[in-house]
Design a protein around this ligand. Structure first.
Ligand SMILES: *Cc1c(COP(=O)(O)O)cnc(C)c1O
Length: 426
């Protein structure tokens, strides 16, 4: 059933580190052989052995309108014909910038980069440049990419590998990073009281990298309030949530506005794009208008911009957000019912098209609680879903993603697979 994946995994280890180019793909936390994929279309993905799965990974978020959407495909092909990259400006960048700024009220200007990580590390520099301060606050369990300063207490990939930070990050690189607890406003207030050198607080507005964790209304609103009062920038990392729970970001749904917003994933429609943006007074700090340097040979790549423009246009026209909520609710009910039938403790967190089960009886509101889950049960459940044709991220600490082309038939298959997999997790 997965002969070819096994062969490729063995072969891949010779010249690739662990046969992967990103560690979550290595299936370390669920054991067994990682799947090698060959192609994908719509809501389905196919591995090299020809097995078909309903894809609830969606490349960890970008493929929100499903794989191989016809109009995106056409836009990309059209641009490829005209040229891959010019190292000069193109109209596509202006079009995508306008779409992004219109979707996020707090953004007057945006800079495109090549990944979420790059957007975040640029936002750190920008916050420091704008405020003239050095410290940054992050929340345990939030992941903001792999830049040195934020690679502490950083959620899924690291939680899964049980690495406290990372080797090779000098103490100096994290000495200005302060850790707070998600949903605990006092843990932020304490830092603000003790340190008058804080440039910014970084947050995932809906955490997705410790599993889905939702901020309480008071917590997120108070966070906005106290940072504003203290002259600290609030950097909202919408790399995962941008365009996912509504067209625009989680900010409007939560009733807050960021000082700097970071994007990635969906904004590139499956191509490597990240972005950071803010109001004019902040963005005008960035070179060539201001003194903060940040550049990129392939930034604003015309093919990637074409994919982003057509993906966002499709998404806006489809407006699948009510459907996402309804389908996520169906999945939540199926998970809870199957858990009850099998006497398994389960909590489900969801927000829009992000959802995941935690194998725990408790409510999960922060990283400490997330880590108390029964990961052995998750592992059995994961392989049960794979055997029944549903592909989810190979970690208890990752969100599942829904795409807009999930059919009723797909939903029935997902529910049936959940029932079978939960029985195996007992
Ligand atoms: C994925 C992710 C990143 C990193 O983006 P990359 O494109 O993988 O570098 C940063 N922040 C959040 C919230 C993410 O989900």
């Amino acid at each position: 059933m997965n002969t070819k994946s096994k062969e490729l995994y063995k072969e891949g280890q010779k010249h690739l580190v662990g046969a992967v180019n990103s560690p979550v793909r290595a299936f370390n936390s669920v054991g067994g052989n990682p799947l090698f994929m060959e192609r994908a279309k719509g809501s389905k993905i196919y591995d090299v052995d020809g097995n078909e799965y309903i894809d609830l990974v969606l490349s960890y978020g970008p493929m929100i309108i499903g794989h191989g959407n016809e109009s995106v495909l056409k836009a990309v092909q059209h641009q490829v014909e005209k040229g891959f990259t010019f190292g000069a400006s193109t109209e596509n960048e202006i079009i995508l910038a306008e779409m992004v700024c219109n979707a996020f009220p707090g953004m007057d200007k945006v800079r495109f980069v090549n990944s979420g990580t790059e957007a975040i590390l640029s936002a750190i520099r920008l916050a420091r440049a704008y405020t003239g301060k050095n410290h940054i606050v992050k929340f345990a369990g939030c992941y903001h990419g792999h830049s040195d300063a934020l690679l502490v207490a950083a959620g899924s990939g690291l939680a899964t590998l049980s690495i406290p930070g990372s080797a090779g990050v000098p103490n100096d690189a994290v000495k200005n990073t302060l850790i707070a607890e998600y949903n605990n406003i006092d843990s932020v207030k304490k830092h603000i009281a003790e340190c008058d050198d804080i440039a910014a607080v970084f947050i995932e507005p809906i955490a997705g990298n410790m599993g889905v964790v939702i901020p309480s209304d008071e917590f997120i609103k108070e966070l906005r309030e106290i940072t504003k009062q203290a002259g600290i920038l609030l950097v909202v990392d919408e790399v995962m949530t941008g365009f996912r729970s509504k067209f625009g970001g989680a900010q409007e749904l939560l009733g807050i506005e960021a000082d700097i917003t970071c994007l990635g994933k969906v904004v590139g429609g499956g191509f490597p794009v990240g972005a950071y943006g803010a109001r004019n007074e902040i963005m005008n700090m960035v070179s060539p208008l201001g003194p903060m340097y940040q550049a990129g040979t392939l930034s604003g790549n015309p093919v990637a911009m074409a994919a982003g423009i057509s993906t966002l246009s499709e998404l806006k026209a489809q407006n699948p957000y009510d459907k996402f909520n309804a389908q996520a609710e169906t999945i939540e009910k199926a998970l809870l019912a199957a858990a009850e039938t099998n006497g398994i403790d389960l909590t489900v967190n969801r927000f829009g098209s992000m959802i995941n089960p935690f194998f725990s009886a408790k409510k999960i509101t922060n990283f400490t609680e997330a880590q108390e889950c029964d990961t052995d049960k998750f592992t059995k459940f994961f392989w049960g879903l794979i055997e029944n044709g549903v592909y989810i991220p190979p970690s208890q600490f990752e969100a599942w993603f829904l795409c807009s082309v999930l059919s009723n038939e797909d939903m029935n298959k997902i529910v049936a697979a959940i029932n079978k997999a939960m029985a195996l997790a007992k």
